[in-house]
Design a protein. Sequence first.
Length: 116
Amino acid sequence: VQLVESGGGLVQPGGSLRLSCAASGFTFRSAAMSWYRQAPGKGRELVARVSSVSDITNYADSVKGRFTISRANAKNTVYLQMNSLKPEDTAVYYCLAITSTSTTYWGQGTQVTVSS
């Protein structure tokens, strides 16, 4: 099983990034997919989640209206479009898969830094 995140980097406040998480080794379309983040000195927090059925989405209050999670089952990929980025969005962003058997898999993370 692999979850490979990409798309992180350095961006100025107000800018945008799109993160990708490419999955392999499990039935992607049956898995609920989430993005988490962890800022220095803080715990890991849920950013956004998309269900395996009907693509129902949920967001942390801090990112509502700015971030959009989506999935492309044909590509085994989940995305996180991040707009209007703020310095407080700086963190390592992780992809999480929860399969139909409740097995969880984490990616290795991608760094997002928002700074002028």
